[in-house]
Design a protein around this ligand. Sequence first.
Ligand SMILES: C[S@@+](CC[C@H](N)C(=O)[O-])C[C@H]1O[C@@H](n2cnc3c(N)ncnc32)[C@H](O)[C@@H]1O
Length: 299
Amino acid sequence: MKKIVIAGAGNMGLAAARLLDPNRVEFLGFADNDPGKWTKEDGSYPDTADKTPVFSIQTAVNLAPDEFIISAIDKERSRAIAEQLKVCRFYGNIMSLHELYEDFDIRSRCLKELADRISGAAGLPEVPGAAAELGVYKGDTAWQINLFLPEKPFYLFDTFDGFAEEDIKIEKAFALSKAEAGEFSDTSVGAVLERMPHPEKCHLRKGHFPETAAGLAHTEFAFVSLDPDLYEPMLAGMDFFYPRLNEGGVIIIHDYDNTRFKGVRQAVKEYEQKLIAMGEKPLKLVPLGDLHGSCVIIK
Ligand SMILES: C[S@@+](CC[C@H](N)C(=O)[O-])C[C@H]1O[C@@H](n2cnc3c(N)ncnc32)[C@H](O)[C@@H]1O
């Protein structure tokens, strides 16, 4: 079996470790330049770590792995770590995740496949209902939804002013993320609308969700993207959209399996527990296996 060390014990490193093939790869642990993340000499772990060993780069090289996977997303940092590995006399294989992360998008592929099934483009009966995205930012995902579902009304929900103070208070109170109020504010309704291939189908709902869903109580949905990053709007998103999702419809969730935004998984879990307590079936949830930790819920 190929022996592997992942350089970088941050969120991307953890996501990559979860995707390793246990039939082909022996995962020796992480290497990191931050001594605060290292496994202690007595074998115990820092409070923040899961139970995977974290070594210094030199200690990890001494374990003689066949390959290092560099998990830094930033190109320059990735290059710097590759240099450091050479200085530490590592002569094996080096793989950089930033190229894979930048150039391949599993979520987009999944979006297209699901949209084709829902719109009738794949020769299946169309799932009735509108499309929606909560957490639009600059519209990188939204324009694709609008392109793949040209006939569907499309509701785009965002403050367009970044994270709201009230949602951030909850993040901080329960240590769910390090997000700050106002992050993602460098966007606008006009700039997003300009990118849309079918702007006549778009309904931009600017402001704090769920208040911006007012008047849509009787709207049905077929395709929903939830990407607000934070616990409170994520729970509100499940509360609002899941009961209004038609059979065969899908909700695609970003950051579900992402340790940077723990509130997303927490919100989905709480919503599911509520469903079960009401005598309804658990969610049909499928992880996508991308580096963002996305998942899909199918009704
Ligand atoms: C990670 S960004 C979305 C990225 C986007 N889906 C893309 O494809 O690039 C998260 C967005 O969620 C929005 N957001 C978070 N909480 C919100 C709330 N309660 N109401 C409205 N928008 C919210 C933020 O303003 C931010 O633009």
